[in-house]
Design a protein around this ligand. Structure first.
Ligand code: NAD
Length: 465
């Protein structure tokens, strides 16, 4: 506070001459400056950066995490080498709204290496890795506005900080930043080159904006790339969802009945891993084709109202709302576990469950016991927020390598084609998917066959006589 005092005095002096609204704006600046000064008092910050992070003293641990992630991200490293030479984002401001993890940190540093002036905020209030946030500030001079456990108000104010960065390019995960800009800062739309979107739920929102003609700039749906959803959604989510469940509850999965709601790309992965851990798996779906696929895969398929009576562990992964509703939870076995892997926290209707609950006990860091009015208890994992990011660390770096290669190349695609694209949702060309898969295979030491000239001719030259 000692160092902050002269600054405060200056601000107060300035404030005397101002209207009340300007005074309030200045006070807002004072608050962030105090944060900077407090950080400086910890003697950990190389340069003064406006940021909102938990503790700069975690930076060294965070740097180790980022370096660790990079070891398993060979495709992104290859892209970084090229970006360093070509500087595709020189002079451009980037605002990223993604889960603040060691892997997204690696992506931000790659964008910075390509010349972008980057700012990072969280795409979920609970998923921030505070050590990684500190490392980005201290070692990379990237302003981060993200604190694990931040309130919804803080979360929104952090998104505003990223918007005030006045971005040319945006990386989004769930479409919160893009939708906030369209709703609250339409003045920025004309300047924005475009955005990339990481997840299925964000793509659904962008598709709706494109359909009603409100999308103000081009966007690349990274999730639509094959090297994203076939690997990240399936293998990444499958493994990390159970990483989250086990860290939260440390229960044995073998022999339990695990109910997976949603058999899309993520759901297939979650069901596969549950089966591999020895669970009896029940799948709930609304799409007959997906339901049939699950049945052919050997899972039991039934509506959630029936599955609710049988399950020991419930995981939703649909992108939909109230998939497990209060009436389902009230019929579950005493001691059932309920969690969500989808992007938003309304897949399990935890909010309305509170009206049927006598007491909520915090059992472990990401596990609450809801003691219900009907005498039973259910254990809610990670407050119904995406379990793999709140109770664990998200997907392993190896799979995010491909997703974030798509992010980096998606932004490059938007910048290279600036002025030529419509305000639509684009998918990266198939050749980009093939290139990423080739690089990944190389890094795994896997060789594959290629077509002989004879085979190529045979496959391409058949004609009806
Ligand atoms: N936790 C993570 O790390 C992570 C990673 C990728 C995607 N996601 C999120 O997971 C969610 C699912 O993504 P996806 O790629 O699997 O989507 P998807 O579209 O491939 O699959 C969703 C499935 O849910 C089904 N569904 C919808 N409403 C349902 C209901 N009421 N009951 C049962 N099934 C229902 C759909 O028919 C579909 O088959 C999205 O919110 C996405 O953003 C999370």
């Amino acid at each position: 506070m000692t160092l902050a005092t002269p600054l405060l005095r200056n601000f107060y002096k300035e404030a005397k001459l101002l209207e009340i609204k300007d005074f309030l704006a200045i006070m807002k600046r004072v608050q962030s400056t105090i944060k900077m000064v407090n950080i400086k008092e910890n003697r950990m910050l190389a340069t003064e950066i406006k940021c909102d992070i938990k503790d700069i003293n975690l930076a060294e641990q965070g740097k180790n995490q980022i370096d660790w992630a990079f070891k398993d991200m060979p495709v992104l490293k290859t892209i970084r080498e090229r970006f360093i030479k070509e500087q595709p984002f020189k002079g451009l401001k980037l605002s990223a709204c993604v889960h603040v993890t060691k892997e997204t940190a690696a992506l931000c540093t790659v964008m910075q290496a390509g010349g972008a002036d980057a700012v990072l905020v969280a795409s979920n209030p609970l998923s921030t890795q505070d050590d990684v946030a500190a490392a980005l500030v201290k070692y990379y001079n990237i302003p981060v506005f993200a604190v694990s456990g931040e309130t919804v108000e803080q979360y929104r104010s952090h998104i505003e900080e990223a918007i005030n960065h006045n971005p040319d390019i945006i990386i989004d995960d769930g479409c919160d930043m893009v939708s906030t800009i369209h709703a609250q800062r339409p003045d920025l739309i004309g300047k924005i080159i475009g955005s990339t979107e990481e997840t299925t739920t964000g793509i659904i929102r962008l598709q709706a904006m494109e359909a009603d003609g409100s999308l103000g700039f081009p966007a690349v749906g990274v999730n639509t790339s094959l090297t994203k959803h076939l690997y990240d959604n399936r293998y990444g989510t499958g493994q990390s969802a159970f990483d989250g469940v086990l860290r939260a509850a440390n229960i044995l999965i073998a022999g339990k009945t695990v109910v997976v709601s949603g058999y899309g790309w993520c759901g297939k992965g979650v069901a596969l891993r549950a089966k591999a851990l020895g669970a009896n798996v029940i799948v709930c779906e609304v799409d007959p084709l997906k339901a049939l696929e699950a049945a052919m895969e050997g899972y039991r398929v039934m509506p959630i109202a029936k599955a609710a009576l049988e399950g020991d562990v419930f995981l939703t992964v649909t992108g939909d709302k109230h998939v497990i509703d209060v009436q389902h939870i009230l019929t579950m076995k005493d001691g059932a576990f309920v969690g969500n892997v989808g992007h938003f926290d309304w897949e399990v209707n935890v909010g309305d469950l509170k009206a049927h609950t006598k007491e909520i006990k915090q059992i472990r860091p990401a596990l609450e016991e809801y003691v219900l009015d009907n005498g039973k208890s259910v254990y809610v994992i990670a407050e119904g927020r995406l379990v793999n990011l709140v109770a664990a660390e998200g997907h392993p770096a190896s799979v995010m390598d491909m997703s974030f290669a798509n992010q980096a190349l998606g932004i490059e695609f938007l910048v290279k084609n600036h002025g030529k694209l419509e305000n639509k949702l684009y998918t990266l060309p198939y050749e980009v998917d093939v290139k990423i898969a080739e690089l990944k295979l190389q890094s795994m030491g896997i060789e594959i066959d290629s077509l002989t000239a004879e085979q190529e001719e045979y496959l391409n030259s058949w004609k009806l006589d």
